[in-house]
Design a protein around this ligand. Structure first.
Ligand code: HEC
Length: 161
């Protein structure tokens, strides 16, 4: 093998090793650890009920895409408590706040029709930001104590992986 060839191969191997090392190091910072998400002083989860611009966008989307089933005031369809085919309330009286963010996002993306439910999926109609916005709007309407209870549910969900 010529000196030039040995050098070329050597540099190639070193280059691949360096790229691999950088990639691994980057990964350490990119993966959001559950412990970080649940860090004190930082609400766990994805929704941003205190982001006024996002909540304003979510209010519009809710009125356009959700209110006809879930009610203009998040009160749900009359009779929802006894009939699971009817859209449940999203206010404090419903069970939306019993679920962590990841599950709520997934229900709005995929709906529940594939599992025999009656909630249509919005993954093809709304962007991820719009889905985040509409759920942030819903959370912004909950009383403080319900928002705190929901933060705790998110923290527990993050903690259990
Ligand atoms: C066609 C009527 C309809 C529309 C429109 C609709 N939903 Fe639903 N939604 C339902 C029904 C029915 C359920 C209960 C589904 C089930 O239990 O399988 C449901 C369930 C949900 C749940 C789960 C609630 C829980 O406590 O488990 C969320 C979250 C939700 N909807 C959000 C939305 C959002 C956000 C929109 C607007 C982007 C929307 N829905 C539009 C009918 C609708």
């Amino acid at each position: 093998m010529s000196v030039a060839k040995v050098l070329t191969v050597g540099m190639l191997v070193a280059g691949i090793a360096l790229v691999g090392w950088i990639w691994l190091r980057k990964g350490e910072g990119l993966v959001p650890l559950p412990a970080q998400m649940a860090a004190p002083g930082r609400a766990a989860g994805f929704l941003r009920p205190h982001d006024a611009a996002l909540v304003a966008l979510g209010r519009q989307i809710y009125a356009r895409a959700c209110a006809n089933c879930h009610g203009v005031n998040l009160e749900g369809q009359a009779g929802w408590r006894t009939n699971p085919r009817l859209a449940p309330a999203h206010d404090a009286s419903g069970h939306t706040w019993h679920h962590p963010d990841a599950l709520l996002l997934q229900v709005v993306r995929a709906g529940t029709m594939g599992k025999g439910g009656a909630m249509p999926g919005f993954g093809d109609v709304l962007s991820e930001r719009e889905i985040l916005a509409v759920l942030s709007y819903i959370k912004s309407r909950w009383p403080e104590r319900i928002r705190e209870a929901h933060d705790a549910i998110n923290a527990r969900a993050a903690g259990s992986g």
